[in-house]
Design a protein around this ligand. Structure first.
Ligand code: SF4
Ligand code: MG
Length: 281
C-alpha cells in the first residue's frame, strides 16, 4: 500500500505489461492467448501497471498475475473474488482484475461468484474456462459435459454442467461477455469494454486445455454466430444465453437500466484503512 509511482508515460505498449517471467503453461494452452489479450487491453486502457492489481486463486490460469508487470495477489483456491472485493473497498482508486479458471471460479468459489455479481463493485472478472481441472490432472469441473469420458470419471459424471453466463445473469450481473482465447483481438476489445464498465464486468473466456481437453480446440473452428448483445432486458438475456451457442462470443448482456452502480468509499490514508480493520483491538 506504499507504492512508489514512476513518472507517468503518455501511452503504453503491451510489452509494458509483461513481467519477463516465462509462463510454465503447456505449449499451446489457451491461456497464452488470454494473457496476450489482457496485455493489449491494458495498453489500450491506458492506466500504468502500478495502478492495476491482478488477483487470482489456484489453478493453471491463476498463475497469470505473475506473468504481468502489474501488482498481483495469488490467493487460495476459489477466493480470488473475496480478495479482490476487499482490495477494491480499501483502494477504490486501483484497477482491480480478478482472474482464474472454471474449477476455481464456479466450484470452490461458486458462492463468491454469485455474490460478486449482485454486489456489482467496479472490477473485472475473467474466467478462463477449459471445462476441466487442468492443474490437478483432468477431473471434470462444474462446466464439464455430463458424458465427458475420462480415466478419472469413466463414462462421465452424469451431472448437468453449470451454464456460467446464465448463472451470472440470474445472479444480477450487469455486464456479461464471452470471449475465446484463439481470437485474441476480439477478446482484448471485450476486456477494454469490461474495464470501462462502471460496475462488475464478468468475462467468460473459452480457453482450451491442450493436455486434458484438446478436443475443445473445436471452438476455434466453430461457425457459431457472433453473440447478439441484449441491452437492459434481463429475462431476454437469460433466455438468449440458454438458447444460444456455447461458442458465440461478444457482449451477451449489458444492463444500463438498473440505475447507478453502488458507490465505493474514497481512498483513505493507510491509517484510515487500517483503522477500518482494527476491530479486535
Ligand atoms: Fe493449460 Fe491444461 Fe497445460 Fe494447464 S494442464 S497449462 S490448462 S494445457
Ligand atoms: Mg479449468
Amino acid at each position: 500500500l506504499t507504492m512508489e509511482r514512476p513518472a507517468e508515460k503518455p501511452a503504453f505498449e503491451p510489452l509494458d505489461f509483461q513481467s519477463g517471467a516465462t509462463p510454465i503453461w503447456c505449449p499451446g494452452c489457451g491461456h497464452y492467448g488470454v494473457l496476450s489479450a489482457l496485455e493489449h487491453a491494458l495498453a489500450m486502457h491506458g492506466r500504468p501497471p502500478h495502478d492495476i492489481v491482478l488477483v487470482s486463486g489456484i489453478g493453471c490460469s491463476s498463475r497469470l498475475p505473475a506473468y504481468t508487470s502489474c501488482y498481483g495477489f495469488h490467493g487460495v483456491h476459489g477466493r480470488a473474488l473475496p480478495f479482490a472485493t476487499g482490495l477494491k473497498l480499501a483502494r477504490p482508486d486501483l484497477e482491480v482484475i480478478a482472474v482464474g479458471g472454471d474449477g476455481d471460479g464456479y466450484s470452490i468459489g461458486g458462492n463468491h461468484f454469485v455474490h460478486a455479481c449482485r454486489r456489482d463493485l467496479n472490477m473485472v472478472y475473467i474466467v478462463m474456462d477449459n471445462r476441466v481441472y487442468g492443474m490437478t490432472k483432468g477431473q471434470p469441473s462444474p462446466t464439464t459435459e455430463a458424458d465427458w469420458d475420462s480415466d478419472i470419471a469413466p463414462g462421465g459424471l452424469g451431472l448437468r454442467p453449470v451454464n456460467p453466463v446464465a448463472l451470472a445473469i440470474a445472479a444480477g450481473a450487469r455486464f456479461v461477455a464471452r470471449g475465446f482465447s484463439g481470437r485474441s483481438r476480439e477478446l482484448a476489445e471485450l476486456i477494454v469494454e469490461g474495464l470501462r464498465w462502471p460496475g462488475f464486468a464478468y468475462i467468460e473466456v473459452l480457453s482450451p486445455c491442450v493436455a486434458f481437453r484438446p478436443e475443445k480446440f473445436s471452438w476455434k473452428a466453430s461457425s457459431a454466430p457472433a453473440a447478439k448483445t441484449v441491452e437492459d432486458d434481463r429475462a431476454a438475456a437469460f433466455a438468449a444465453v440458454l438458447a444460444g451457442d456455447e461458442a458465440s462470443t461478444g457482449i451477451l448482456f449489458r444492463d444500463h437500466a438498473a440505475g447507478p452502480h453502488p458507490p465505493v468509499a474514497k481512498p483513505g490514508t493507510i491509517e484510515e484503512i487500517e483503522s477500518r480493520f482494527a476491530v479486535c483491538g
